[in-house]
Write a protein that binds this ligand. Sequence first.
Ligand code: MN3
Length: 202
Amino acid sequence: MAFELPKLGYAYDALEPHIDAKTMEIHHSKHHQGYTNNLNNAIEGTDLEGKSIEDILGNLDTSNAAVRNNGGGFYNHSLFWSVINPEDKGYLSGELKDAIEATFGSKEEFMDAFSKAAATRFGSGWAWLCVHKGGKLEICSTANQDNPLMPGIGCGGTPILGIDVWEHAYYLNYQNRRPDYIKAFFSVLNWNEAEKRYAEAK
Ligand code: MN3
């Protein structure tokens, strides 16, 4: 069973004005579709075929560039679409609120630290909020399409929030103004999804 591009569950223009429809359309239908196709090609006929993406990334041979880049790209974007889902966004509450306040002091201090990780990732990559077994939170960032699930990349745990800081994620609307795009991300962030992922992963 090959991997399939996940449906967004909302329209390409649903995040306007924070993330524009053209960026969403190209990002989902071209970039994410490309990672999906290339991942399927990379695992076809190998012993990775039929495994879950979490299993593939968690046991990744990081010297396998095709699976590393495209498996990461497939997983990272699937997570990204879900955490910017504009339906039923909710607000920071419950166990995740408690954990964020215990780790970072406040929601605002968490947002500052996460924004800094996203802004200072040189070149293309992602910033993440991860949860370790037991519930401990950590912010980190990864290069390219690397992911905290991958072994030995210095950023562990299960990602529950992620922001794509590749230029293709924001350049049409924000050009070089990555900090403005990071602010926009928080305007569309789906806290209910983060809370759900926290509860499942902790
Ligand atoms: Mn992207």
